[in-house]
Write a protein that binds this ligand. Structure first.
Ligand code: SAM
Length: 297
């Protein structure tokens, strides 16, 4: 992690003391933390983390490093994907009896491909207040620095690893008429870029944003074909976000076009199931129409 200079730490510490946040009883604060550069935390976030009764964190050891850096000594508890379901009732009860809590994740904004959704839902359902304390998110940083039109856009998070769910999600992303943000691991980057290229076409523009806010921050821009080739040859390190540009407006294919395409796929040796998947991925047509085309031709 990159960190702020000692003078900046002192200034932040002083600001927290000078501008304390009025912490409300019974409130769950959802607090964003840095995605790399430790300076990317707001004064309000620090004041909230300092003022609440307890900080709920994805990984208590990881959180303590961040909290210690700013002299925050609030007690912590773990809230992660493995205990969220069973911890929620207890947390809601504590809030209802007047405790104040902050939820943080390991990096960035909780609930964005991170735990917290169940808890926030339960707190809302119980009629208690949820107060966001916004800040860093890798998705927004990638959109802002990537150079691909960012509005509107969809934050997809991680793609399913394999199977029909992955195929369907990639098809959806490639058809999207606006930018789509995908989180990916370095080991799977080249594979995912190739999968996207196979559906969106190798010429579709994209950006790979790597190590955002950190020392080796990099934006690599190009077509999916170029990026897939580059990262196949040059395996990347670090944390990665892909921003896929919008699908160009497509003219809807006629029934005759679809029948011809299905027949061509069958002639190439594709099984009906593969024909169906290809037609749905390319044109977003309904499953029953794709089934009919794949079997009737
Ligand atoms: N909640 C986080 C947020 O708001 O950005 C995202 C959490 S998700 C579990 C972690 C993924 O976010 C990483 O695998 C990577 O894809 C992306 N990510 C997080 N930090 C990043 C960074 N500094 N640079 C690029 N991508 C990052």
């Amino acid at each position: 992690m990159t960190g702020p200079e000692p003078a900046a730490l002192e200034a932040a510490d002083a600001a927290v003391r000078v501008v304390p946040e009025a912490i409300e009883a019974g409130v769950l604060y959802v607090v964003s933390t840095p995605i790399g550069h430790l300076g990317d935390i707001s004064l309000r976030a620090l004041a909230v983390l300092q003022g609440v009764d307890r900080v709920l964190c994805e990984d208590t050891r990881h959180a303590r490093t961040l909290l210690a850096r700013y002299g925050v000594r609030t007690p912590t508890s773990a809230l992660h994907e493995h205990n969220e379901a069973r911890s929620v009732a207890q947390i809601v009860a504590a809030l209802q009896s007047g405790a104040s809590m902050a939820l943080i994740s390991d990096a960035g904004t909780p609930l964005v491909s991170d735990p917290g959704e169940r808890l926030v839902r339960a707190v809302v359902d119980a009629g208690a207040r949820v107060v966001p304390v916004p800040g860093a998110s890798a998705a927004l940083a990638a959109l802002v620095g990537g150079g691909i039109p960012a509005h509107p856009s969809t934050i997809l998070g991680f793609l399913p690893r394999k199977g029909g769910e992955r195929t369907a999600m990639i098809a959806w992303a490639c058809r999207c008429p606006h930018a789509v943000v995908v989180y990916e691991s370095p080991a799977r980057l080249a594979h995912t870029l190739s999968d996207l290229a196979a559906v969106a076409g190798a010429e579709r523009e994209a950006v790979v944003a790597r190590e955002l806010t950190k020392r080796f921050e990099e934006f690599r821009r190009g077509t999916l074909g170029q990026l897939a080739a580059y990262y196949t040859d040059t395996p990347p390190r670090g944390e990665i976000v892909i921003v896929l540009s919008a699908a160009p407006p497509a003219e809807a294919p006629t029934d005759a076009d679809l029948r011809l395409e299905a027949r061509a796929l069958r002639d190439e040796g594709a099984a009906p199931r593969a024909v169906m998947d290809a037609l749905m991925a390319r044109h977003g047509i309904a499953r029953n129409l794709a089934y009919k085309l794949a079997h009737d031709t």
